[in-house]
Structure formats: structure tokens, C-alpha cells
Write a protein that binds this ligand. Structure first.
Ligand SMILES: C[S@@+](CC[C@H](N)C(=O)[O-])C[C@H]1O[C@@H](n2cnc3c(N)ncnc32)[C@H](O)[C@@H]1O
Length: 329
């Protein structure tokens, strides 16, 4: 983790002594930036729960970088194209570095080091806690920035490197879309709306008066704004698990996440189902899709009086749940 490597990098002089403004791209909740401190670190984080965590810890936070910095740190995301794009951005904003690049071995940090060594000047590197932190100066190849720009995929949808299913429509979402009834109720929520595939399909159904797209990732929501231009769409950059008034909606549609970073974590999907149960009216309905092996029926049965699998294949199942139980919390 960056927490383990940052103090060593600072001791090694990776950030110049006089640096007063250091951008930190993509740190996740729990990472310790105190060696830089809130006076020097500017957190650039578009994922709402992580963004809010650093803000609550006293850091200046934004979803996009400001004009310039003395140095930058890039916490590498899962997508290689997004990582290269962030490094290119950081080199530009620091006018050539230094840019510190940090990641675990299973984030592909070794291969990024090779690429950065070939394209820029490697100033130093260190290994600790199953990962690496290296620092570079120079200019990134133009292609790194270009491949991280929004682009059109199948169906004319716009996506960007690093968002869920950036290369095209997710097969589970496609299955869920096909299983939705022709007519939907008035007030619908797409929880974890991503770049808007399900949302656009929901708005093509009869009966929908308003669709709320709730998405924690700012870049994904920006894509959704481009993909869903219907005036009935309302966009929320928000944490789905804390969204909305209780009992405020007639239907929830979701393909919930089941990863936190690289690690599978079915608890997130469960928290989406809980959030749906809370935000639905007594007659409300939830439709969701999940990998067949994920044990969500149990959670659904605790939270809804009626739970049925309405579609599926060997990989995924689509569940319809109705009559949310009012569970006191
Ligand atoms: C499996 S993807 C589905 C995306 C989109 N609905 C689709 O079908 O293509 C789950 C989405 O949930 C978002 N997400 C993850 N955690 C979230 C949270 N706590 N609140 C809101 N959205 C979240 C992810 O960024 C991702 O876009």
C-alpha cells in the first residue's frame, strides 16, 4: 500500500523539499497521506466514498486536478489505459514531474515501470509490501492521453478507460435489460448506473416519469450524461448505499458491483440490495442481476417478501424482488 511506501519515498527525496502542492491521484480510503499532510496534499479522487473519506480527514479534495503542482503521486487504478492517462496528466500538471507512481504487484506496477522507464526518465524506485513506488520526470507519449479519452463503443455509447465495462455492453446488464417488463412504474432508480446502458433502456420502457441515475464514479457519470440525454433523467454523483429518501421510489434496477478494487466483495452487492429495500415504496420492485455463484437470494429474501429468479443463463441470474420488508435499523 502507498501507506507503506510513501514515507520511504519522501526520505529518498522523491518529492522536492520545497514542494508545497502535491496532487495525489486516486488514493483509496484508509491510505495514509499524513507524511505529506493536508497542507501539501491535494486529493484528486472521483469515487465518492473515497473522496468523502479524505475530505472528512481534512484534505482538500476534487474530482479533477487544478492547473499545476510541484509534484504528483499516481495511485495506479486497475485499468492500464486509465493508469497511463493519469500519469500523462500528472506529468503535464507538474510541468514534467516529479511524478511518483505507486501500486501493488497485482496492479501491474512492474510493467508500468518498464513502460515509464522507456518513455520518461526514471529518477528512483523502491519496493515494499508487495508493491513498488517509482518516480519519473519527462513527458508521456501522446498516445497515453489519447487512449484515456472518451470513445464510442457498440451502440454509439461513450465510455472512458477505467469505467466498468469500458469496451462495450456488459453481458449481465444485457440479460437484465432483456428481462425488464415492457412497462415500468413512474419513479425509477438505476443504482450504480455506470455509463448509462441500463438507464437508456429503462427510459425506452413505457410508464417512466423520472429516472434517477446514482453512480459513485464521477467519470462514469460524465459518460452517462452523454449517453442519456432524456429530460426525465436525474444524475446523482453519490454513494448508492446512502442514497435517497426511504420509501421514495417505485422501482430499482441494478447490476451491483461485487468488487472493491481488485478484491471480490459480495458485501457491496448486499448493501445495494439493502439500499434498494430501504428506498422503495411498500409496493415497489427491485430487479437485479448477479453472477450465478453470488449468494444474494438470501439477502433478498430477508429484505423482500417475494423473490423470484425471472431469467438467467449459466453465468448470471436476474432476480425480481417485491414487497420490501420494513426492517428497523
Ligand atoms: C457492475 S457495474 C454496472 C454499471 C452499469 N449499470 C451497467 O450496467 O453497465 C456497477 C457500478 O456501480 C458503481 N458503484 C460501485 N460502488 C458504488 C457505490 N457505493 N455507489 C454508487 N455506485 C457505485 C461502479 O462505479 C459501477 O459503475
Amino acid at each position: 500500500m502507498l501507506t507503506d511506501r510513501l514515507p520511504l519515498a519522501l526520505d529518498a527525496g522523491a518529492v522536492p523539499d520545497g514542494a508545497t502542492a502535491v496532487a495525489v491521484f486516486g488514493p483509496v480510503a484508509g491510505q495514509d497521506l499524513s507524511p505529506l499532510g493536508p497542507e501539501r496534499a491535494h486529493v484528486v479522487q472521483g469515487f465518492r466514498p473515497d473522496h468523502d473519506w479524505f475530505r472528512a480527514a481534512g484534505y482538500r479534495t476534487d474530482v479533477a486536478p487544478q492547473d499545476s503542482y510541484d509534484a504528483a503521486i499516481v495511485c495506479v487504478p486497475r485499468s492500464k489505459d486509465a493508469a497511463r492517462g493519469a500519469i500523462a496528466e500528472a506529468l503535464t500538471r507538474t510541468k514534467g514531474g516529479p511524478v511518483l507512481v505507486d501500486g501493488q504487484k497485482d496492479d501491474g506496477i512492474e510493467s508500468l515501470l518498464k513502460e515509464c522507464r522507456a518513455a520518461c526518465t526514471l529518477e528512483g524506485s523502491l519496493s515494499k509490501a508487495h508493491g513498488k513506488l517509482f518516480w519519473i520526470t519527462g513527458t508521456a507519449p501522446e498516445a497515453w492521453r489519447a487512449k484515456a479519452m472518451p470513445d464510442a463503443v457498440e451502440g454509439g455509447f461513450v465510455t472512458t478507460a477505467g469505467v466498468f465495462s469500458a469496451d462495450g455492453i456488459d453481458p449481465a446488464s444485457r440479460l437484465l435489460e432483456a428481462a425488464l417488463p415492457r412497462k415500468l412504474p413512474k419513479r425509477v432508480v438505476d443504482l450504480g448506473a455506470g455509463w448509462g446502458y441500463l438507464s437508456r433502456a429503462i427510459l425506452e420502457r413505457d410508464g417512466v416519469a423520472a429516472l434517477h441515475l446514482v453512480e459513485a464514479d464521477h467519470v462514469s457519470l460524465d459518460c452517462a450524461r452523454r449517453n442519456v440525454t432524456d429530460a426525465r433523467a436525474v444524475f446523482h454523483w453519490d454513494d448508492a448505499t446512502a442514497f435517497g429518501p426511504a420509501g421514495g421510489y417505485d422501482a430499482v434496477v441494478t447490476n451491483p458491483p461485487f468488487h472493491r478494487g481488485r478484491a471480490p466483495d459480495p458485501a457491496i452487492g448486499r448493501s445495494f440490495i439493502e439500499a434498494a429495500a430501504r428506498m422503495l415504496t411498500p409496493g415497489g420492485r427491485l430487479w437485479f442481476v448477479a453472477n450465478r455463484h453470488l449468494p444474494y437470494e438470501k439477502a433478498a429474501a430477508e429484505l423482500f417478501a417475494e423473490v423470484n429468479e425471472i431469467a438467467g443463463d449459466t453465468a448470471f441470474k436476474v432476480i425480481e424482488a417485491s414487497k420490501p420488508r420494513r426492517i428497523r435499523r
